[in-house]
Design a protein around this ligand. Structure first.
Ligand SMILES: Nc1nc2c(c(=O)[nH]1)N[C@H]1C(S)=C(S)[C@@H](COP(=O)(O)O)O[C@H]1N2
Ligand SMILES: [Mo]
Length: 213
């Protein structure tokens, strides 16, 4: 029992905060998406950065693989009420690309749209995309992503196991089969937001839906 509870470390205020309201822990990694799993050919794959950036970019898989990368451990929260603790991801952080001058967002850029296969999109404010709890992940738990979890590249967002002050959003804000980032001045609802999911998606505030279905 102590082992279980010791995983819920105290955050600044002294209260343990790892399981957002209305969530249950799972050891599994459920798969959830709309539509079918796209077939991706790495030889044809590219990744585009466009919109309000000083220079557009288009990277092949090989070029993308040479970008700076690092690892992070996150607790991920699905709007369908499961939370998975201590998930290990590896990939590219937008923050690193900006700090190294590889991407130069214009000052007017306030939002970032993830563009995925089959015209699927997800939207986030730029500060959340630049945070250390958002990455463009190529690997999960030491292995390349599986097809159904977004191979070869997906957005991932979650909360830090050891601190919970950072703004977090539900996992639906991480687009699987990611193909590009668009920097914009104005927000534009993504696929799930268009279907009634909450635009802000903060699991601690239980921002699941913006209206009743
Ligand atoms: N391309 C794409 N990405 C997507 C979705 C989708 O329908 N298409 N669904 C989102 C939702 S609602 C969730 S909960 C997570 C699920 O990720 P998982 O299947 O790896 O658990 O993917 C998100 N990313
Ligand atoms: Mo979801």
């Amino acid at each position: 029992m102590s082992g279980f509870f010791s995983r819920f470390k105290k955050s600044g205020g002294g209260e343990p905060r790892r399981l957002p309201p209305g969530q249950s822990l799972t050891e599994k990694f459920p798969v959830f998406h709309y539509g079918s799993v796209p077939r991706v050919d790495l030889a044809e794959w590219d990744f585009r950065v466009f919109g309000l950036v000083e220079e557009d970019a288009r990277w092949t898989w090989e070029e993308f693989s040479r970008l700076p990368r690092r690892k992070v451990v996150l607790d991920i929260h699905c709007v369908t009420h499961w939370t998975k603790l201590d998930t290990e991801w590896e990939g590219v952080f937008v923050r690193d690309l900006v700090e190294e001058g590889i991407i130069k967002p214009k000052p007017e850029a306030k939002y970032v749209i993830q563009h995925c296969e089959n015209d699927f999109t997800e939207n986030l404010p730029i500060d959340l995309v630049m945070a250390d709890n958002f990455l463009l992940a190529t690997r999960y738990a030491g292995e390349p992503l599986t097809l159904e979890h977004g191979y070869p590249l997906r957005g991932v967002t979650g909360s830090f196991p050891d601190r919970s002050e950072e703004k977090t959003v539900y996992l639906w804000k991480g687009g699987k089969w990611l193909r590009g980032l668009e920097f914009r001045e104005r927000d534009r609802p993504g696929f799930w937001e268009g279907g009634g999911y909450h635009n802000e998606a903060d699991p601690w505030k239980e921002q699941r839906f913006s209206r009743q279905f």
